[in-house]
Structures are given as C-alpha cells and as structure tokens.
Design a protein around this ligand. Structure first.
Ligand SMILES: [Zn+2]
Length: 424
C-alpha cells in the first residue's frame, strides 16, 4: 500500500468540487484524499507553482501497431502520449491488418497492458474499412472496444452509415465519423483556394467535408442517434454542427491543434509536414475553429497523432502521406495559440473526452483512478526534432517557440512521465 503525494500545485477541476491550491494523496492507484495537511506519504512530488489537471484523454490517434511499426508502435506511441500529458488515448483501427476483428483487438489490448498510458481501442465500423459490411460490433464491444470508426476513410454510403450508427447504438457505442466525400475530394492534396492555385496543387474543397457533416447530422437527427464528428476544420462545418446542437441533435465533435495553429499559407514552401487530412484551411477557418472551441461548439481537442516515416514525408507534396505527429505538441499549441484559461483547457483535454466516451476520468475526486496531468503553464521551449519521443518527427511546428509544458503524467497512481524522461 505505497502512497504518493503531490503537493503545492493548483488543482484545476471544473467537473469536481475540490479545486485550488490543494495537495493530492494517492493510494493503490486511486485518489485517496484532496486537501491540505494530508500527512506524510511514501513518495512525494513537489509541484509547487504548477497546475494539476485531470488526466488528458485523446479521442483520436494512430499508434500504427500492428503492421506499421516503422512509423510508430504501441510502446513508442504511448510514451509520446505520456510526454504530451495523456493518461489515455483512443487508437484508430486503420492498422495492418485492420482492427476490425477480435484477434487484432485482442493483440492491441494485450500490448496495452504494458503501455505508458491507458488505451481505448476504436475498432472499424465496416470490415476492412471498405464501407460495405458491418463488423461484429457486439463481440468487439464486449471485449473492450471503446467506439467504432472507419477513420482514414469515410463511410461513403449513407445507408451503411445509418446502419453502423444504429448497430453501434444497440451496444451503447458511438460512431466517430471521418467526414469526407471522396468524389468531391478527388485527387486533392491541400485546401482548395488561392494558395493551392499558386502552388499548382489540386485542391480539396471544403464541400468534401461539409456535405458529409450535413448528411450525418441529418441521419443522427432523423433517427435520434448519437454521432461524433472527427477533426472538424471549416467554418461551414462548424456552423452546421452549431445549428444541429441548438436543435438538440445528439452530436459531439473534435478538432485538432493544427486546425487552430496553422493555415494553408504554411504549405507555401511545399513542406509535406503541412499535409494533413482534412487539410489546413484558411485564416478565417482557423478563427472559426478557435471560436467554436472556446464557446463549446467543438467539444474536445484531439491530436489526430499520425506519425509517418521520413521517407513518406520528405518527398513531393502531392505524393507524401497525410498526417502529422501530434501528441507532444497538443497542449503547448493550445496554451500558445488558443487559451490560457485552465478550466477551458481541462474541459477540452479531459472532461469532455471522458464524457463523450462514457469512460471514467475528467474529474479529480476521492475514490477515482489517479490519472493526473501536471503542467507548467509558463515554461517556454523551442520544438526540436531531437526532443520528440514519437518515431514520427513529422510536424510543421519544428523550430516554433511554444509555451506550456507537461511536467508529470500519472496513470493509475504511477508516474509514467516526468519532465524530460520516461518512467516506463
Ligand atoms: Zn480522419
């Protein structure tokens, strides 16, 4: 019964009752007490001047295992996640083979036992991500699948999307939707607009994303089903979601740090590290994403951590893979570019992701698992490739001066990351 005490920090806890300058005593992986004068503990961590958040939960990442371990694996990915302050991550099923069956899910769950963070696997909604046939959702849900998604690909058929939402709902699970009309997208590689024209690159129209958001909102509304929309990137998409929420549609959504930290002007040097899907949009979209995060139309910040090998990025823009490495910069980008409001950050990184998943977390109180993220809100650093723990060094934010640094990550009472070094 080893005990651990965090002392001197500011507890930020918008979903809980105890907050402010308080110590936290942890015993057997659970929060035992929150307060002052908690007595001695076997181990203590001085977090004076730092902020203690409920553990961050990432709704969207790619750990690449099984099958693409040269890009990332579960061990390296969750080490990077822990460094980013994450205590739990939802990994997407576009692995090789696809996580659309019990065998692959069992492998991921087995590897999760020795990972740095908790893993909530998101299994494929359709077999092979092909959009033609539903997966065995009941079996997968019973094994511990957190939600269903064909992320990386849309579910192009409206009828199949409806069937997936209905079937997932019978097991109390959510569909997370990658909204993209592949026909409208065509061969597009960056946002359609002036910059794509100047670069001579085929554009991805915003209509590719927005038309699918509109379709799925209508499906969710018509049948009273839940829907979670992934990586929202446009002002128009946000407006559709805002109106749907006002009408009481059961929709939640996420955006990623790059959608409020960079616009398609960043693509002007043909740097493939700016190539993401959906693409970086215009400065006006960046403003819309920020506003929607702050007002609550967008519920959560998810990383869409998508590590790739150098060889898949250091090539022609049009041929390069979509996606950037995101775990280790998400919090800093939010503090630097979005808000310093600590309650807001806790909501976007922890409270709302827990609520969307229906998982424990998002609150610091006696008796819950001790999943905690400690950050220094004022520390500054310049992002370098060498500092990244992820195998994926593909980020457009190298060389950027960022503010807000995670100093400790605690999962079930275990210190899994401490400023500069991994503990597991
Ligand atoms: Zn996606």
């Amino acid at each position: 019964m080893k005990t651990l005490k965090l002392y001197g920090g500011e507890v930020v806890n918008p979903a809980g009752e105890k907050k402010g300058r308080l110590d936290i005593l942890i015993e057997e992986g659970l929060v035992k007490a929150i307060g002052t004068d908690l007595g001695s503990a076997d181990e203590t961590i001085d977090v004076t001047g730092k902020t203690v958040f409920p553990g961050f939960i990432d709704l969207h990442c790619h750990l690449r295992e099984p099958g693409q371990e040269y890009k990332e694996d579960i061990a390296s990915g969750t080490r990077a996640a822990a460094k980013g302050g994450y205590t739990a991550v939802c990994c997407m099923p576009n692995t090789s083979p696809v996580m659309d069956n019990a065998a692959v899910l069992a492998l991921v769950l087995e590897k999760a036992r020795s990972a740095s963070t908790k893993i909530y696997p998101v299994c494929a909604a359709t077999r092979g991500l092909k959009g033609a046939e539903l997966t065995e959702m009941g079996e997968l849900a019973a094994m511990g699948c957190a939600a269903f998604s064909d992320d990386g690909r849309p579910i192009s058929s409206g009828a199949m999307m409806l069937a997936a939402m209905q079937y997932a709902d019978t097991f109390g699970k959510l569909i997370m939707a990658h909204e993209e009309d592949l026909d409208i997208k065509g061969a597009g590689v960056m946002n359609e607009g002036v910059n794509a024209t100047i670069l001579g690159l085929p554009g991805i129209p915003r209509a590719a994303e927005e038309s699918m958001i509109a379709r799925d909102l209508i499906l969710a509304e018509s049948y009273g089903l839940r829907l979670h929309i992934q990586h929202v990137s446009t002002r128009g998409g946000i407006a559709l979601i805002r109106e749907a929420k006002r009408r009481g549609v059961r929709v939640t959504c996420e955006s990623a740090p790059h959608y409020f930290s960079a616009d398609d002007g960043a693509c002007m040097g043909y740097d493939a590290n700016t190539k993401v899907n959906p693409p970086l949009r215009t400065p006006d979209d960046v403003e819309a994403v920020k506003q929607a995060l702050l007002e609550g139309t967008i519920d959560a910040i998810a990383t869409d951590h998508a590590p790739h090998h150098k060889d898949e990025k250091e090539i022609e823009f049009a041929l390069a893979a979509f996606g950037i490495s995101g775990f280790e910069t998400a919090f800093s980008l939010a503090v630097t570019n979005l808000t310093r409001d600590k309650d807001k950050l806790a909501e976007l990184f922890s409270v709302n992701p827990a609520r969307i998943l229906g998982k424990p977390g998002g609150v610091i109180k006696e008796g819950v698992p001790a999943d905690l993220t400690v950050a220094d809100m004022d520390a500054e650093y310049t992002l370098t490739e060498q500092s990244l723990v992820s195998k994926g060094k593909n980020t457009p934010f190298l060389g950027r001066k960022l503010r807000g640094v995670v100093t400790h990550t605690i999962v079930d009472g275990r210190l899994v990351y401490q400023g500069g070094s991994s503990c597991r």
